[in-house]
Design a binder for this molecule. Structure first.
Ligand code: OAK
Length: 810
């Protein structure tokens, strides 16, 4: 039922009185925020219960998305929008003298993830609910989110993110749904008296897993799914064992921190235990629900349950499901395996070899003895079956236990019925290179699901000025169906629409310029090109290539201060994993270059560098609507997909890209004339790997521009980077430039020059921008999850999906 402004105001006041015993006029921002949050939560409470009940009553097949990361960011405005209350709330609050955007800033960014993988999981949660699909998330409720980043003397410093301080308005602790998880100790098998073996545990540690549920509110469809995050506690029965503070701490630390490592596994015991903890708790609760509510034979589980393994961190889903089916449900190995493979599906999110997760046998045995026994058996049976069918080497290369290690990707592929990559190119590379051996064995298991983004958040919520222009031009159907953004193509030559889009962009740029001034004291002009690179700091993503170009521009300007060029602001947002030394060195160099360039009077404000600290979802929401240029410059073949590329495109930024990840599909969507492509192709990169002909030294010797730029890192041109500059220089020259920056440098510079020229013709630029917005619809995660639902999970949307509210919007 729609809520009018007057009722909204009355309810807000009433709740404030009940919860805080105070009047609105006396309340602090925090108190108003928490009251509003409670009001919003109450608005979807019934729908949440009803959704759950409907799934149970109709015995709907449900998917459970297991992910060690979720990155929802702030949820207030998203929930308001999806409940159809955003405008009412905004206006009603304004009448009370409260600015909604300002109030929304009180909410702590929920940052239980590092980057792409975690944010994708949250976009999926939004889309699964919005498409009316029966699907839930399963993960860990870390006490501390991803570290807060500050810069001190240009260096990254990490501070704890105490996001739960002040409470989390959206979650519900479900004491009654707690389960126990066993780790450590020894396990041996004994007769169970019924002719089967049962595991006997000795000296194991028992952990209590308590779930905290958060409603995932669908867009105007009365669907509310559940994100279930687990927290560790000491079971009452074990209290005696944990009398020392240190002992308690050790246990409670299990769900304290998110490993701030994007793609370099640290091989920590805690991490492996974390993985098992949320997997075991999640699967136990699924099975309990199945037995209690669905009441079907366990052998039919795959008709009612689908479990998705989001990268390999939840790969223990496979042996844990086997454990429950065999040890507890007493299925035969063959029956259990059949069920497990049908239930599980897996997504690979990286081709970087160092990011493919492996655990030493020794660690796995010590930490999770029963898991190891089961994995050993899976491995042995795999080898036994496959050696009949395939050559020795192929089987050896693909088995799970190899070289003293447990290969989690192998476990995920062997133990599931579907393995997908996250963009066409990435999925092809999985088949032809990275997982080629598996592709020979299981050709039918491989498929592609190009990533997508929650378009409502990344347009309607973050970019209201642009959204209003779209409404005026093409009506409002795009808000529900992003495919309708295509209608904008009819306005390519409409000066009024182009002009209005330009004005909206300018407003967003001014807002970002204000934020930049406030947070960094750097004064930037909204007339300059806002050139944006926002993503984790990683060598393969090549933030350094961006910097090399900036240094070139700087040197050109020093030589010729009257150089004819557009003003540019280079905006960076990136966190480096705390243990990733080289990435931190790059951060330092960008910051020192910023100091130099921003304060050099010769530059005359023609170029500026802004490295905004603490890049997270909320900061992305400020930067993305204001971007003119989207830097997607990873070395071709390395970026599985990328998703900031999609968000920036949707907001009218022009992509400057290599043919990597989903950039290829963006190029296909907008056409060659509306994107700037440069650099080696993935085939050329592989050719270099094969013929080993690349010589960075030669590029340095033969290319004076490159020489001059690189020398700036070691000759004092950029101050305060004596060691860091040398490290950068050596990584490129002495260690032969692993990511081919120098090889791509000239074509990158050329593309940048074309961008400079194009921006000078504002009508041309606005047309490109419009075409990008118009073609962004295909990257909606609604579409992506529908493909997963149909092809992999086999789950169907809720029957009553089209409600009155939705019809009204259409
Ligand atoms: C993180 C840890 C291990 C493996 C992969 C990741 C990860 O975040 N990968 C990223 O996933 C995104 C979502 O699919 C992709 O868009 C990025 O290209 C990929 O690097």
């Amino acid at each position: 039922m729609a809520l009018d402004k007057e009722t909204f105001k009355k309810e807000l006041r009433q709740r404030l009185r009940e919860n805080y015993a105070m009047e609105l006029e006396d309340a602090a921002k925090q108190e108003i925020f928490y009251t509003l949050g409670a009001l919003v939560k109450a608005r979807y409470a019934d729908a949440w219960g009803d959704t759950w009940k409907e799934y149970v009553d109709k015995k709907k097949k449900q998917v459970y998305y297991f992910s060690i990361e979720f990155l929802p960011g702030r949820m207030l405005k998203n929930n308001l929008l999806n409940l159809g209350m955003l405008d009412t709330a905004r206006e009603a609050l304004a009448e009370l003298g409260i600015d909604l955007d300002n109030l929304a800033e009180v909410e702590k960014d929920m940052a239980l993830g590092n980057g792409g993988l975690g944010r994708l999981a949250s976009c999926f949660m939004d889309s699964i609910a919005s498409c009316g699909l029966p699907g839930n998330g399963n993960g860990i409720r870390y006490d501390y989110g991803l570290f807060k980043q500050r810069f001190v003397d240009g260096y990254q410093v990490e501070l704890p993110d105490e996001w739960l301080q002040g409470g989390n308005i959206w979650e519900i602790r479900r004491e009654s749904k707690a389960v126990e998880v066993r780790v450590g100790g020894h396990v041996y098998l004994a007769d169970n008296g019924r002719g089967k073996l049962k595991p006997i545990y000795e000296n194991e540690q028992i952990l209590r897993a308590v779930p905290y549920d958060t409603g995932m509110v669908g867009y105007e469809n009365n669907v509310v799914n559940t994100l279930r995050l687990w927290s560790v506690e000491i079971p009452a029965s074990e209290e005696d064992k944990y009398q020392s503070i240190q002992g308690r701490r050790e246990l409670e630390d299990l769900t304290a921190v998110l490993y701030p490592d994007d793609s370099n596994e640290q091989g920590r015991l805690i991490r492996l235990t974390q993985e098992y903890f949320f997997v075991s708790a999640g699967i136990q609760s699924i099975i309990r629900h199945y037995k209690k509510r669905i009441q079907q034979p366990i052998s039919k589980l795959s008709e009612y349950v689908s479990i998705h393994i989001n990268d390999t961190h939840p790969a223990l889903c496979v042996p844990e499901m086997m454990r429950i089916l065999i040890d507890e449900e007493e299925l035969s190995w063959e029956q259990a395996w059949d069920v497990t493979v049908k239930v599980m599906s897996y997504t690979n999110h990286t081709i970087l070899a160092e990011a493919l997760e492996k655990w030493s046998i020794d660690l796995m045995k010590r930490t999770l003895p029963r898991m190891y026994q089961i994995i050993e058996e899976i491995d042995a049976r795999y080898v036994h079956t496959m050696q009949e069918l395939h050559p020795y080497d192929l089987v050896e290369n693909t088995r799970i236990i190899r070289d003293g290690q447990v290969h989690m990707a192998h476990l995920s592929i062997i133990g599931s019925h579907s393995t997908n990559g996250v963009a066409k190119l990435h999925s092809d590379l999985l088949k032809t290179v990275v997982l080629h051996d598996f592709y020979i064995i299981y050709p039918d298991r491989f498929n592609n699901k190009t990533n997508g983004i929650a378009q409502r958040r990344w347009s309607q919520i973050v970019n209201e000025p642009m959204s209003h222009v779209l409404d005026e031009a093409i009506g409002k159907t795009w808000r529900k169906d992003p495919g309708d953004l295509k209608l904008l193509m009819n306005y390519q030559s409409d000066q009024t629409v182009l002009e209005k889009l330009a004005q909206a962009k300018k407003m967003n740029k001014q807002a970002l310029a204000d934020y930049i001034l406030e947070t960094t004291e750097i004064d930037v002009s909204a007339d300059a090109i806002f050139d944006v690179q926002i993503k984790r700091l990683h060598a393969y993503k090549r933030q350094l290539l961006n910097l090399l170009h900036i240094i070139k521009l700087y040197q050109d300007l020093k030589e010729n201060p009257d150089l004819d060029m557009q003003k540019r602001v280079f905006i960076f947002g990136a966190k480096a994993a705390p243990s990733y030394h080289y990435a931190k060195v790059i951060i330092k160099c960008i910051n020192e270059a910023a100091q130099l360039i921003n304060n050099d009077p010769d530059v005359n404000d023609q170029i500026k560098i802004v490295f905004l600290p603490n890049y997270n979802v909320s900061l992305a929401e400020k930067i993305i609507p204001a971007a003119d240029v989207s830097e997607q410059i990873s070395l071709a073949s390395k970026e599985a997909s990328g998703t900031s590329n999609m968000k920036l495109m949707l907001n009218g930024a022009i992509t400057l890209a290599t043919l990597d990840g989903a950039n290829v599909e963006i190029r296909d969507a907008v056409g060659d004339d509306n994107i700037y492509i440069f650099g080696l192709t993935e085939k050329e990169v592989y050719a270099y790997y094969e013929n080993q002909e690349y010589s960075a030294q030669r590029m340095y010797d033969e290319n004076p521009v490159i020489r001059r730029v690189l020398n700036a890192f070691i000759d004092g041109t950029i101050p305060n980077i004596v060691y860091e500059g040398r490290e950068i220089f050596d990584s490129l020259i002495k260690y032969n430039d692993e990511y081919f920056l120098l090889r791509d440098f000239d074509s990158y510079v050329k593309a940048q020059e074309e961008i400079d020229k194009a921006y000078g013709d504002q009508t041309f630029w606005q047309q490109m921008s419009l075409i990008n917005i118009a073609n962004a619809g295909r990257f909606s995660s609604d579409e992506t999850v529908r493909r997963y639902a149909e092809d992999i999970w086999k789950v169907e949307p809720k029957d009553s999906f089209v409600t009155e509210d939705v019809q009204k919007v259409q």
